[in-house]
Design a protein around this ligand. Sequence first.
Ligand SMILES: [Zn+2]
Ligand SMILES: [Zn+2]
Ligand SMILES: [Zn+2]
Length: 104
Amino acid sequence: MTSCTHLDTITVTELPEEVAGCEDCLREGGVWLHLRICLACGHVGCCDDSPNRHARAHAEGGEHHPIIRSLEPGEEWCWCFEDELAMLIPQITGQTRIPPSPML
Ligand SMILES: [Zn+2]
Ligand SMILES: [Zn+2]
Ligand SMILES: [Zn+2]
């Protein structure tokens, strides 16, 4: 069985109460579809179906922050970009209020 070897990069175990949207899209004037949070630093980025794929760009940005969690309501999955592995991490608590996607 494949497993993620990057769990020690996780420092964010409590999700923020509310976020304004994809940090990079907000700064650049872009739009996002779904939101993901970096579990190493709390960076909020957008999914691979968004035009700018900021969550992936952050994960591949050289800071070694490979694991994201979905911030979409009702979604609890995490994803490791390096292992290309989906997983559930029960230690992550909280639920984040997010604004509606500007693309919808
Ligand atoms: Zn991993
Ligand atoms: Zn974005
Ligand atoms: Zn990060």
